[in-house]
Design a protein around this ligand. Structure first.
Ligand SMILES: *Cc1c(COP(=O)(O)O)cnc(C)c1O
Length: 381
């Protein structure tokens, strides 16, 4: 396969639409279709790049280049690996880097599957410490750690920590640093530029943005840690299907339009909710008076599509969700169609019963704000 075209322009939208495309070939599609292959024609010595479908696939290669161009533009000392899901990517970093006797620092307020991961790490003899994301609380528990895991903004609480500061402190103690970049997307935040060793994300959310693909990825500096992650992917076989990888690549072309639209509308929704008497605990890092705003504005270029807030009771929250017409009651976030849920229905997150996580889609901002305000009114009846 030919080398990728470097995006001719410098703008992020230009980079997104051209990310990972091969050099044009006459009569071939701009983005070649998915390559469905369990094995590749391989006479003689088994030299790469494409031998067996669990190791490598040209459709992944193109997607990996695309994600790498967005996570670390202009750098050729970085590798990206795609995975079957965000959890596959997260587990592959943790389980490839940590050994019995090592210590890892995880957020206490991160993605809801992290406690399950914690139990498994502990079963393998790895010490797990936790600290909340806000206020850089992880600084206090870094001594002796092998790996620091950051999730910023945190899901669902939307706290933000100073990635550069934490990465410097971790590196000073010899620890590696991974950042879960799911909520921000690479257009919202570039963890490697902030000093992280790995940027890890679920591509299931806003990266692909249509609620129809599960995917994950890891971007990191080329070297032994990434080689170990690659080996782990091969061992556990946590690989995406070619169709999913291709759909993801196609979706990345619209990433800038989606994140710009969705973060602008999320701010409009947050501003509309701010004046409401029944709303407490409103969080959106883009709001000037949000506790996360200062740090977020230093390290993020867009503030994301998730707004969280609390209604007085569980019943009120459930009525609000029922009254919404343009917002589906569904979990996950980042899609072009708005979704919301009462997060407490899952258990696990330390949130009040009336806590709502609202993911703002690509609807017209006025329509969405009107729908949310109407549902708030109706739910009071
Ligand atoms: C959804 C999510 C994950 C897990 O991703 P999957 O693709 O569902 O496996 C990890 N981290 C964060 C912050 C998420 O929102």
């Amino acid at each position: 396969m030919s080398e990728p075209t470097t995006a001719g322009g410098t703008g992020e939208g230009t980079r997104a639409v051209r990310a990972g495309l091969p050099e044009p070939v006459k009569y071939e599609p701009t983005l070649p279709g998915p390559v469905f292959a369990a094995h590749f024609h391989l006479p003689g010595e088994p030299t790469g790049p494409y031998t067996y479908g669990r190791d490598e696939n040209p459709t992944w290669t193109r997607l990996e280049r695309a994600v790498g161009e967005l996570e670390a533009p202009g750098r050729d000392d970085v590798d990206t690996l795609v995975f079957a899901s965000g959890m596959a990517a997260i587990s592959s970093v943790l389980f490839s880097q940590l050994r019995a006797g090592d210590t890892v620092v995880l957020p206490s307020d991160g993605y809801q599957a992290l406690p399950l991961v914690r139990a498994q790490l502990e079963a393998y003899g790895i010490e797990v410490r936790t600290a909340p994301t806000g206020g850089d609380a992880q600084l206090a528990v870094l001594d002796g750690a092998k790996l620091l895991w950051i999730e910023s903004p945190s899901n669902p609480g939307l706290d933000v920590c100073d990635i550069r500061r934490l990465a410097e402190a971790a590196h000073a103690r010899g620890a590696l640093v991974a950042v879960d970049n799911t909520l921000a997307t690479p257009l919202g935040q570039r963890p490697l530029e902030l000093g992280a060793d790995f940027s890890v994300a679920s591509g299931t959310k806003q990266l692909t943005g249509h609620g129809d693909v599960l995917l994950g990825y890891v971007t990191g500096c080329s070297g032994e840690p990434m080689t170990a992650v690659r080996r782990w992917r091969k061992i556990v076989g946590a690989i995406p299907g070619p169709m999913e990888a291709w759909l993801a690549h196609r979706s990345i072309a619209t990433l800038q339009m989606r994140v710009d639209r969705q973060s602008a509308t999320a701010l409009a929704v947050a501003q509309a909710l701010r004046g409401r008497p029944e709303v407490t605990g409103l969080r959106y890092p883009g709001l000037a008076d949000d506790p996360s705003h200062q740090v977020a504005s230093r390290q993020m270029r867009r503030h994301g599509c998730v707004v969280s807030f609390t209604l007085p009771t569980r019943a009120r929250a459930e009525r609000f969700l029922e009254e919404l017409r343009l917002v589906d009651d569904a979990t996950s976030f980042g899609g072009v169609r708005s979704t919301a849920e009462r997060r407490g229905r899952w258990g696990g997150d330390a949130v009040p019963e009336g806590f709502i996580r609202l993911s703002v889609g690509a609807e017209d901002p006025d329509d969405l704000v009107a729908d949310v305000l109407r549902a708030l009114e109706e739910s009071a009846r």
